[in-house]
Design a binder for this molecule. Structure first.
Ligand code: NAD
Ligand code: MG
Length: 397
């Protein structure tokens, strides 16, 4: 039976970890796609290489300084070259059937909203856009006749086992978490942790920001917010369970005592394949699960004393308004400062907590107006400003 696969596609953030996995999956599956746009942040060499291979209509590099080099590398190829954040968002709005949203951080929000507005199926890896403007993003996609299909492995798992007609019978969503590189580390060891140690994820190979988020478990906190929005679940019905082997990708507990889980090797190409072919299934030479080789499977409760980011994210979700966007911005700023060796590892969550507290005190968490993007932008900018002050204070200690 012929599969009904998307043909016209774009990949936003194609030069990153998820972007590269997406193109690799297309290769391995031998799918025939008409590439419309590829976008990257700074890696002009990789973007040009991808553009020469996939021949999109347009290749966009966010860094304007890199435009001359991109033009030079694409000379004679027929691929249009462009640069800048506005050009990325514009390329995202091109008419396609399917868009991979794999830019990292708040920078992914505007292009993801553009893609949703254009009515495409948005395969969403960029969890920060849901955290910062979840309800607006989902509403936009629905109004435009498109959809948001999760790529984050936990949400893909839930998407695969949650029957929407049974949503009222769901007791809990259970997000699994590997626990990251510091699952068994003491607080003292975590206080002294270097970026190199924090970047060394035991199971997944990912971009720098999400790797640090996994080490602090802010990643799971962002995912709790992401799940609450995506699956319309109240915060108290989204829980987290540590599962060091990263094989059970998440679970749905129904009220009759049945729990459904999705399992697979830790390979992002699987949830990408699912989001690409949905509601079909893509045939490709996927690495298969071998429970005898990869087991036994174990589970434990998360330790909120060592991983306060988890509780902070849930608190921001309960607070609502601009709190999730502020949490996200403060975290992006703090992760950047940690990678630049300006603050310690435990200071990341401390910066987020202090930023939220200061903004709540001054009423800066109340959303500013009707337009979700503008409102999120304002909260994001304020939170980065406050977080920079907190970080400067920490540096003086
Ligand atoms: P990455 O850092 O490897 O790649 C990020 C991509 O975004 C790159 O193409 C980069 O050039 C681009 N980019 C960065 N800043 C930009 C800007 N200001 N404007 C435009 N483009 C910009 O990150 P990643 O690990 O691929 O993660 C991408 C997203 O997917 C993140 O939101 C992450 O949380 C999510 N995610 C990743 C994984 C994973 O396995 N890597 C799993 C689940 C979810
Ligand atoms: Mg995940």
């Amino acid at each position: 039976m012929a599969l009904n696969l998307p043909r016209r596609v774009s990949v936003l953030g194609s030069t990153g970890s998820v972007g590269v996995s997406t193109l690799d999956l297309f290769d391995k599956a031998g799918v025939e796609v008409e590439m419309v746009a590829l976008t990257g942040g700074r890696n002009v060499e990789r973007l040009a290489e991808q553009a020469l291979r996939w021949r999109p209509q347009i290749a966009v590099i966010e860094s304007e300084a890199a435009l001359p080099e991109l033009r030079e590398r694409l000379k004679g190829s027929g691929v249009e070259a462009a640069a800048g954040a506005a050009a990325v968002a514009e390329a995202a709005s091109a008419e396609v059937q399917w868009v991979m949203s794999a830019i990292v951080g708040f920078a992914g929000l505007a292009p993801t909203l553009s893609a949703a507005r254009a009515g495409a199926v948005v395969a969403l890896a960029n969890k920060e856009s849901l955290v910062c403007a979840g309800p607006a993003l989902l509403r936009t996609a629905k109004l435009a006749g498109g959809a948001v299909v999760p790529v984050d492995s936990e949400h893909s798992a839930i998407f695969q086992v949650l029957d929407p007609t049974l949503a009222q019978h769901v007791e809990r969503l259970i997000l699994t978490a590997s626990g990251g590189p510091f699952r068994c580390a003491s607080l003292e060891a975590m206080r002294a942790a270097t970026p190199e140690q924090a970047l060394a994820h035991p199971n997944w190979s990912m971009g720098a920001k999400i790797s640090i988020d996994s080490a602090t478990m802010m990643n799971k906190g962002l995912e709790v917010i992401e799940a609450a929005y995506l699956f319309a679940m109240p915060p108290e019905r989204v829980s987290v369970l540590i599962h060091p082997q990263s094989i059970v990708h998440s679970m749905v507990e129904y009220r009759d005592g049945s729990t459904l889980a999705q399992l697979g090797p830790a390979d992002m190409r699987a949830p990408i394949a699912c989001a690409f072919a949905w509601p079909d299934r893509l045939p490709w030479p996927a690495p298969k699960l071998d429970l005898v080789r990869d087991g036994p499977l174990s589970f434990e409760e998360p330790d909120l004393d060592r991983f306060p980011a988890l509780a902070l994210a849930k608190q921001a979700l309960v607070m609502g308004g601009g709190a999730p966007a502020a949490l996200n911005a403060a975290n992006e700023a703090a992760v950047g400062a940690f990678l630049d060796r300006k603050i310690g590892f435990l200071d990341i969550a401390a910066t987020v907590a202090e930023t939220l507290e200061r903004m709540e005190r001054t009423g800066a968490l109340t959303p500013s107006g009707e337009d979700a993007l503008e409102s999120a932008r304002l909260t994001d900018a304020t939170a980065r400003h406050v977080a920079a002050e907190v970080i400067a204070g920490l540096g003086r200690l």
